[in-house]
Design a protein around this ligand. Sequence first.
Ligand code: URA
Ligand code: SF4
Length: 226
Amino acid sequence: APGAQEFIPPSADTIDELRAAAGGCRGCELYRDATQTVFGRGGEHARVVFVGEQPGDIEDQKGLPFVGPAGRLLRKAVDDAALDPAQIYLTNAVKHFRFELRGKRRIHQTPDRVHVTACRPWLVAEFARLRPEIVVVLGATAAKALLGPSFRVTKQRGELLPWPAAAQHPEDFERVPVDRTGAVADAPAARLLATIHPSAVLRADNQDVAYEGLVADLKVAAKALR
Ligand code: URA
Ligand code: SF4
């Protein structure tokens, strides 16, 4: 698979231009079975970017990220953490839905590392255009996309971390690439915070405890914005 980079027009200066180009991405095989590319959404001046794993079944059909049950829970958590929804942009590490057909049902499949790597140029391009102050990574797939395969959400959740381009990486993990303007590396204010995925809250034995943990982590981000 060629990866997404060759599908990103160097002239795409805005999120809308990136989104339009991503509609034609064939950077990995996931475009074949999915309905459509699900790009990020939110304000061009968002201060906080949330990165999930990949669109779910409903997101795939609607073409919008976080519009299913996990998205509903995430929006409630954002609200309970007193983060301003107008300051937020939502996206995913992988922009096509990966699934397995069982009869007529489409069962979510976690994307592989090849998909995450192939799709990462879109994420980097979003960061470069948005220049967020904080990137919140939701769950292991997003965390590994930006922090490398050895990162453990359970151990380092809820902590404000330095931007990974400035951090050390395991040797098998390429540095998060910087766009042609060098914008990502030049955004010293950007910090990263990992937390659990809202879908993990929905699957937890004790949903209330898991939810409160998510909100507590998001409050760390909310405080850091003030
Ligand atoms: N889960 C994700 O990670 N992203 C979505 O957009 C929806 C559910
Ligand atoms: Fe392109 Fe990402 Fe879709 Fe793969 S998952 S085709 S890299 S947009």
